[in-house]
Design a protein around this ligand. Sequence first.
Ligand code: DC
Length: 233
Amino acid sequence: MTLKKITIAIDGHSSTGKSTMAKSLARRIGYAYVDTGAMYRAVTLFALREHLIKRGKVDEPALKQHLKQGDIIITFRPTKEGKSVTCLNGKNVERYIRSMRVSNVVSIIAAIGFVRKAMVKQQQAMGKDKGLVMDGRDIGTVVFPDAEMKVFATASAQVRAQRRFDELRAKGDTTTTLEEVLANVTERDRIDSTRKESPLRQADDAVVLDNSYMTIEEQNEWLYQLYLERANS
Ligand code: DC
């Protein structure tokens, strides 16, 4: 069986384990993996460090100028352990972009049109030779509308909230309640799907993966079989 090199777009709601599934599929089939959420997070980190976000408002002209001047270069560097780390201007920022400080304001940065335009351009350049798995919110709709394989990951809000809650508890957070997490998940869904710029929506030709009641192994196998089908045709 000869398999052709394809583009794989994985979009979907937050806390559906998109990056986990995208990463393991990429590893299994020897494809590159790009986490586009990490790119929006890196721009957010830059803006925070440059004090361009004040009381939830972004200094858009200044940010635009920095982007234009090439002051915000985002790359992914492979590690010895076979992982990939996000770099901002050559420095590993993985630890900082996952902080609450960044998580709290990243959706504001991700809603800015010129930021999205710059990120989409970089993402398209990364994928020009195919052979990659990219996850995000607009990959199958905007970045690679011609991708051979498009997946839209979802799960019920309750299941996603429970997963996030378990993660928080495992990290030592003993104060946040399940109700608070559920409210946050629902609010993020609302912001992601109603924003003006590239709202989260399922591409017409995407296959829905509802993993509410699937194990990680079942999910990985489901994705692999879909890949074989698409790369073989
Ligand atoms: O997947 P994540 O939580 O790391 O994404 C961070 C933020 O970036 C989140 O607010 C959604 C947004 N995002 C986006 O708008 N488009 C993408 N392609 C990826 C992420």
